[in-house]
Design a protein around this ligand. Structure first.
Ligand code: NAP
Length: 416
């Protein structure tokens, strides 16, 4: 919620209220923060101290385009850009000077839309979100006027959902530019859309936008379907991209036409999907980039059930689906976990305090729920002073210090 959901999606973030009640009111749930798996604690430690372990580590890596010029300064992965505007502590020493007027976003998923939307939002709109102060400053100085969303396939094959697409139209100062030729569907596409409500809504929305005159807004998002970046161009930094026009095949795949088209850009964000990373000591399927499992029960390297280990979310099924998908996904894992525990004859009589002793002995600077609530209160208080839902603290050391301050106010009802 804090680092994955876009800062301007306050409605989605409100789910936090529900999730928080487990920690606030249930003495059986304990939060231990600032503990790094594989560094502070390992798989063997967890299996020794708990009857079951659930890996819910998401997808920390991301795919690359694999084209020349991708490592030029000015070409970034969506994750580093998203981590920055979301105030992720791993991005605390990074800043993005938004000095380019023309920006390319490669990909046609919801993350690409999040990035494009944030890039063209007015500073006043950004100021009503939860971004850290330095991120807000960067957006206030942004020179971005045009964002080109570059999709290698057609609009029917795009991965974004109608609600996210509609969000582009709700922006105060932005025109969405759709080329009329991009909304002409092949017969195969028409039958693919058929009665699929989601696809139909996307197609109708984009068709409407293709027909209407531009409103003369100061910033624009250009939807560019059936184009594939072939090379990122520039001497010492990004100066543009060379695109190849694709044509759609009957099965929904595409083929290059050989027709090349340069596009001048000062910055590129590739948003072509995340990837789960291997956890130290935990089995991993390199081909699927996920933890192998059977209905949430982890499989070891021989394909046998690994006793006491479970997986959920993107680490389980790959980086797809929305918050709701994770709910049903985790329900499956937890049902199986409970069924397994019910068949266990005896437990080890573990002392729940032992894990804290282990962390203490290793000098791990762990935090608890009260610490988190103090930081939470502090961020909300900072936000209140500026008329914002909260202002995130992006630096880990400051987060830790604030979470331990005794003068932070009591626990309020939180918005984020
Ligand atoms: P995604 O939905 O898988 O989209 C990835 C996009 O990148 C696709 O359009 C894909 O095109 C394209 N792509 C992949 N490789 C490419 C390449 N080499 N060159 C050009 N394009 C390439 O992934 P995502 O956008 O990262 O989102 C991840 C998940 O989070 C999704 O399930 C998404 O719905 C969810 N999410 C939800 C929300 C929300 O609900 N508000 C917000 C953000 C994210 P092809 O289809 O041609 O492969």
């Amino acid at each position: 919620m804090r680092y994955g959901v876009a800062p301007d999606n306050q409605k989605m973030k409100s789910v936090t209220r529900v999730l928080r009640t487990a920690f606030d009111h249930d003495e059986h749930v304990r939060f231990i923060g600032n503990v790094r798996f594989g560094i502070d604690i390992g798989r063997a430690d967890l299996l020794e101290h708990y009857d079951a372990v659930v890996y819910a580590t998401g997808a920390e890596g991301e795919r690359r385009l694999g084209i020349p010029g991708e490592d030029l300064p000015g070409c970034y992965g969506a994750k580093e850009f998203v981590d920055w505007y979301n105030g992720h502590p791993d991005a605390a020493d990074r800043n993005f000077a938004l000095h380019a007027r023309q920006v390319g976003v490669v990909g046609a998923g919801n993350v690409a839309l999040d990035v494009a939307r944030m890039l063209v939002r007015s500073p006043a709109e950004i100021a009503s979100t939860v971004v850290p102060d330095r991120v807000l400053d960067a957006f206030r100085q942004s020179l971005v006027t045009d964002v080109h969303l570059i999709a290698r396939r057609g609009l029917v094959q795009a991965k974004f959902t109608p609600e996210e697409l509609r969000g582009l139209n709700d922006l105060d100062d932005v025109d969405v530019v759709v080329r009329p030729e991009d909304v002409l569907l092949t017969d195969e596409d028409e039958s693919r859309v058929g009665s699929n409500r989601q696809l139909r809504t996307n197609v109708e929305m984009l068709r409407k936008w293709a027909q209407r005159p531009l409103r003369g807004k100061p910033r624009r998002i250009h939807m560019r379907f059936l184009h594939r970046p072939v090379r990122i161009v520039g001497e010492s930094c990004v100066e543009g991209v060379l695109l190849e026009r694709n044509e759609l095949l009957a099965d929904g795949r595409v083929r290059g036409t050989g027709k090349l088209e340069p596009l001048e850009l000062g910055m590129i964000v590739r948003s072509v999907g995340y990837q789960a990373l291997r956890l130290s000591g935990v089995s991993f399927d390199e081909t699927r980039s996920s933890i192998p499992h059977r209905q949430g029960r982890v499989l070891d390297e021989h394909g046998d059930l690994a006793k006491g280990e479970y997986v959920t979310g993107w680490a389980k099924r790959g980086p797809s689906g929305t918050i709701g998908t994770n709910k049903s996904d985790s329900a499956e894992t937890v049902c199986n976990l409970l069924a397994d525990l019910a068949t266990r004859v005896s437990y080890n009589g573990r002392d729940p305090e032992q894990i804290l002793t282990l962390l203490d002995n290793r000098g791990v600077d762990y935090t608890n729920w009260a610490n988190w609530r103090r930081l939470d209160d502090h961020e909300i208080e900072l936000g209140r002073a500026q008329g914002r839902p909260r202002v995130k603290i992006p630096v880990l050391q400051s987060m830790l210090e604030l979470s331990r301050r005794s003068d932070t106010p009591g626990c309020a009802d939180h918005a984020d």
